[in-house]
Design a protein around this ligand. Sequence first.
Ligand SMILES: [Zn+2]
Ligand SMILES: [Zn+2]
Length: 155
Amino acid sequence: MSTELNIEKLKLQFAEYLKRKKYRNTQERYNVLDRIGELDRHFNADELYLYMNGRGDRISRATIYSTLDLLTQCGILMKHRFQGDSAHFELSSRMPDHDHLICMECGRIVEYREEGIDEIRDRVCDRLGFRPVTHSLQIFAVCHDPVTCEHNKQD
Ligand SMILES: [Zn+2]
Ligand SMILES: [Zn+2]
């Protein structure tokens, strides 16, 4: 999965964006991007905060929030709102064209690709007179076996 990830290329893209928008070009922001590459999964701001400080980065929540916003604005990160109020992020280039299934019990996020979904997207756009660009389909479900559900394991 991470073989397609090229963090150096993303850093250049980010640097160009910051320059164009006249945002401050701080090392901390690139460090955030490095750590996101290491994670190679979905995360929310708090998880990233704990991950980075656990590695001695001593970064503030405010810096994490603002950097996540900037990375989302320039398209490097995708922002998902699965359920509840904390947004999840992932690198756009990590795994193109996948969708998500969210367990309503434990909050586990499962990524999947299903061919028929692209066809539905194209058909709907065609019928309504639009040109398809991308899509996002979230399936909300519950674990089949409550014993293996991570939510119930924690109890
Ligand atoms: Zn995903
Ligand atoms: Zn579950």
